[in-house]
Design a protein around this ligand. Structure first.
Ligand code: CS2
Ligand code: MG
Length: 404
């Protein structure tokens, strides 16, 4: 058969930042791409793909997308986890890409067709102090974006999640070992409600404001913050508590009507089953790359739809333009998909992954090329460019390691 998988390539490269990309090629030359980037642990997933998954794909029918998913998930016996699920996700997305190219259809058409004309997105505004933050908020508004995530410095702390000294923030890549940040919850909780209120005052009512707490609070602290910012009318507060404790969100929920978003570190539907079925969150943030690909995200989003929870996937610079394409196609075709994070990329990343998806009038569009509509510029994917780059870790003032 001419359409079986013939070649499996795992590209580890650094066009401005590290990415792991899977490229599957069929005997008749159709190419499918998948993103397998796990920020700070790239080589682990590359090895999983090269050493264990790749050899099992040669000679397999790329059209049996669900069966391949089940084969790689159930067939391995060991379950879940970011490395295995990123590898499965990359294979899944590459197979959907091949199907699109074989049938000449953009992916969203194969996923049921458009349910909306354009996909809402949000951009990041960051600033150490309020004037610097408002400058970025204004710049995004002038560029046509209606939803903005705001992150700011905390008095007394040197480095804070989501902020850099320059205009661009990159979570990883600050050396061969993780940077150690100092964290102080009390200072943060005293400072942030006033900042969010000032931003609301500045932008007026029509802008969606989001803020990422990045897993830093206990349930009762999160409840207090949610309550304190109710007058701001936030679009959401994100990752208020470490997400693996699903039951913790019940306490937060009992105290506040501020919408809650969670899930960028989840890998499967079982990580968020209670959160969704008990309606403890408003937005589920699983990403195509980290939660088993398009096939598995569709199941998570279907469960969410039944329980009135909306989809809002993770989309930082470490989710490559390949995954972002998959998410945009899924978003344009999924009824309960609310918004797609789009942090943006350095120019070199856009050049390394030429893509049909684009921003138009403050919204995302998938483009109409067959499959994902993303290709690879091989010259910009040199394995020698790879450099270890870790996410930071955080310690409280007394030295205790805490959630970053
Ligand atoms: C984040 C990310 O975009 C977000 O909401 O929380 O910046 C996250 O810290 C990184 O993607 C981790 O790799
Ligand atoms: Mg986040």
């Amino acid at each position: 058969m001419s359409d079986l998988i013939e070649r499996v390539e795992v590209l580890v490269s650094r066009p401005a930042r590290n990415y792991v990309t899977l490229r599957l090629t069929t005997r008749d030359g159709i190419v499918g791409l998948g993103d397998a980037t796990v920020n700070g642990r790239e080589l682990a997933v590359a090895s999983y793909l090269r050493d264990h998954v790749g050899p099992l794909l040669i000679g397999r029918d790329p059209g049996r997308i669900e069966d391949v998913w089940q084969y790689l998930y159930r067939g391995v016996y060991w379950r879940r986890g970011p490395i295995g699920m990123a590898a499965i996700g990359a294979v899944d997305v590459a197979l959907w890409d091949i199907l699109g190219k074989r049938t000449g259809q953009p992916l969203y058409a194969l996923l049921g067709g458009r349910v909306r004309d354009r996909l809402a997105t949000y951009r990041h505004a960051l600033g150490w102090d309020l004037p610097a933050l408002l400058e970025q908020v204004d710049a995004h508004r002038e560029a046509g974006f209606d939803n903005i995530r705001v992150q700011t410095g905390v008095p007394g702390l040197d480095i804070v999640y989501g902020i850099s000294s320059g205009p661009v923030y990159e979570p990883a890549g600050r050396g061969a070992a993780p940077v150690e940040e100092t964290w102080d919850t009390d200072s943060y909780l005293r400072h942030i409600p006033g900042v969010l209120a000032a931003v609301r005052e500045h932008v007026g009512d029509s802008v969606g404001l989001l803020h990422d707490v990045h897993h830093r609070l206990t349930p009762i602290q999160a409840a207090r913050l949610g309550k304190a910012v109710e007058p701001v009318g936030m679009y959401w507060l994100e990752d208020v508590t470490p997400a693996e404790d699903q039951e913790a969100l019940r306490l937060v929920r009992q105290h506040t009507t501020t919408p809650l978003a969670i899930g960028e570190v989840f890998n499967t539907v079982w990580d968020c089953q209670q959160l969704i079925s008990n309606r403890l969150i408003d937005y589920i943030r699983v990403a195509v790359v980290h939660a088993g690909g398009i096939s598995h995200l569709r199941k998570i989003f279907a469960l969410a739809e039944v329980h009135g929870v909306q989809a809002a996937p993770h989309g930082p610079s470490d989710v490559s333009p390949v995954s972002l394409a998959a998410s945009i196609h899924l978003g344009i075709a999924t009824h309960n998909f609310a918004i797609q994070e789009y942090m943006g990329y350095p120019d070199l990343v856009h050049e390394a992954f030429p893509h049909a998806w684009h921003v138009a009038e403050g919204h995302l569009q998938p483009g109409d090329e067959p499959g994902l509509g993303v290709s690879i510029d091989d010259d910009l994917h040199n394995p020698e460019d790879y450099e270890p780059a870790y996410l930071p870790v955080a310690r409280r003032r007394d030295g205790t390691l805490t959630d970053w």
